[in-house]
Ligand binder design. Structure first.
Ligand code: PLP
Length: 398
């Protein structure tokens, strides 16, 4: 028998499986709402103008492709840290935060998970129920036991906050709590500021380790509004992990640009943390790729480009909100009796639409509209040309 003869086929990725089925569908009116990608009104993944301009500048420089430092491009790490915590924040001013360039948000989560496994090997991880489908597998593959805390309440289509808080209040000290900073994936249901106040208080009083995953900064209420929760956690003191991603906010999915930031209690502690984080990176992939980090660093640190980015991100955010409003409005006409108002309350790219698995299946089989079995749809894949088709089909399967 060969080394591989007993290896079983791994289960297919459910989301990528939907895209494969979509690609094979010959219906010209097909729509893929299963993705986690922003499309513009023409149904295209945009190349942001600020990115094109930064790339033109970089091409012009034609710099050699040396290795980056283990923790990435210094200008990138600095710009990202200021974006995440605020340039004038105490953590940044007192040099208590470390930021390392990472391979997208996923890479940042994995660095944080590996780091935590080294220094807190017996802690358990808690993720929201439900959560981004990779959170569990990622922390388990780093060696952790992964539990869930209550999050989504299907009856209100909002957050089961009492359940969530109660779970936090009974977790053992040192537990690692993964929280979505904004634009919760998959539900679109976020905490209010007051609810965050309670979470921050309980996390501090019980000595939990917060790990904020911020993959959609700027897609909720704006760059600063979405990032505010990170600053509030940092101000509360205590250890803090933040993974952030530019995949969506810069439309740079394939460049793999993200970062892991860790807030410590002193500059001296931060220096030790960084030294150990570098070991994690060194033994994984040595150092990150150069291009995406340079693009983002150039945009963030060049005032005109940065302003352009903020405007382009606002265009994406506003378009998603318009699609939410249009969907609710059109469903009111096509399916009177049903209330979809919650769709405009949800934040970010996704909506837990409330469609059942059977309804999702009918959408796929009868109308070539592809959504996730849980009822998650990507609102950012709706546009002025496909929305009537989608709403019409939803009204028919309800
Ligand atoms: N975290 C959440 C909640 C996400 O939704 C995603 C991407 O969909 C990620 C992390 C990963 O981001 P990236 O594609 O940059 O690895």
């Amino acid at each position: 028998a060969s080394l591989f003869s007993a290896i079983e086929m791994a289960p297919r990725d459910p989301i990528l499986g939907i895209t494969e089925a979509f690609n094979a569908d010959k219906n010209p009116a097909k729509v893929n709402l299963g993705v986690g990608v922003y499309y513009d009104d023409n149904g295209k993944v945009p190349l942001l103008e600020c990115v094109r301009k930064a790339e033109a500048q970089l091409m012009e420089k034609a710099a050699p492709r040396t290795y980056l430092p283990i923790d990435g491009l210094a200008a990138y790490d600095k710009a990202v840290q200021e974006l995440v915590f605020g340039a004038d924040s105490a953590v940044v001013q007192e040099k208590r935060a470390v930021t390392a360039q990472a391979l997208g948000g996923t890479g940042a989560l994995k660095l944080g998970a590996d780091f935590l496994k080294r220094f807190s090997p017996n802690a358990q991880v808690w993720i929201s129920d439900p959560s981004w489908e990779n959170h569990r597998a990622l922390f388990e593959s780093a060696g952790f036991v992964v539990n869930t805390y209550p999050y989504y309440d299907a009856s209100t289509r909002g957050v089961n906050f009492a359940g969530m808080l109660q779970a936090l209040e009974t977790m053992p000290a040192g537990s690692i709590v993964v929280l979505h900073a904004c634009c919760h994936n998959p539900t679109g249901a976020d905490l209010t500021e007051d609810q965050w106040t309670d979470v921050i208080r309980v996390v501090a009083s019980r000595g939990l380790i917060p790990f904020l995953d911020m993959a959609y900064q700027g897609f909720g209420d704006g760059i600063d509004a979405d990032g505010k929760v990170v600053r509030r956690f940092a101000d509360a003191g205590g250890p803090l992990f933040v993974s952030n991603s530019f995949s969506k906010s810069f439309s740079l999915y394939g460049e793999r640009v993200g970062a892991l930031s860790i807030a410590a209690v002193s500059a001296e502690e931060a220096a030790r943390v960084l030294s150990q984080l570098k070991r994690v990176i060194r033994t994984n992939y040595s150092n990150p790729p150069i291009h995406g980090g340079q693009v983002v660093a150039t945009v963030l640190s060049t005032p005109e480009l940065r302003q352009m980015w903020e405007e382009e991100l606002a265009v994406m955010r506003v378009r998603i909100r318009e699609m939410r409003q249009a969907m609710v409005q059109k469903l009111k006409e096509k399916a009177p009796g049903q209330n979809f108002d919650f769709v405009v309350r949800q934040r970010g790219m996704f909506s837990y639409s409330g469609l059942t698995k059977e309804q999702v299946q009918r959408l796929r089989e009868e109308f070539s509209i592809y959504a996730i079995d849980t009822g998650r749809i990507c609102v950012a894949a709706l546009n002025s040309r496909n929305i009537d088709t989608v709403v019409g089909a939803i009204a028919k399967v309800l």
